[in-house]
Design a protein around this ligand. Sequence first.
Ligand code: ZN
Length: 188
Amino acid sequence: MAILPVTMYGDKILRKQAGRVDEIDNETIELITNMFDTMRNASGIGLAANQVGADKSIFIIDVANVEGYEDTKPIVFINPKIVEYSEDKSVFEEGCLSIPDIRADVERPEKIKIIYQDTDMKQQELEADELLARVIQHEYDHLRGVLFTDLVDEETKKKLKKPLQKIKRRKIDVEYPISESHDYQLTF
Ligand code: ZN
């Protein structure tokens, strides 16, 4: 069990397409366990592998602390692919452990269908709406190098320019461990 440093806005790995996972070895299991520890330590509800510096197509979610979702089990998504998006969209305020203290409205499809592999590398399929669809799309974007601040309207983008630069230059107070350089990456 370990809490890993969280990569910050400006780190290169957050802009990379994540590498495919071919097998679940002990290191991958350890990574996933550490991702859960890291996410919970930072009170997050979702975390992608590149947010802890791992170049792997994995994200996790755990929304059980959110009112109304107490019975929802944590889910590990490996090599995920969203195969359907609803035409209906909704706007919701998002935040991100890699972009501390910034929140902004993002418009996204309301419902999605995602296929992925579980930790036994078995193919799974999930249809999600509301909060679950929101968190899944946010984390899925991470694996493609996309951040929620890329998706806000132009006016908000202008407003966020300075605060984002501050994060990039580490001129921020964060209550959980963060990466030390823009090149931070786990080596395995
Ligand atoms: Zn995020």
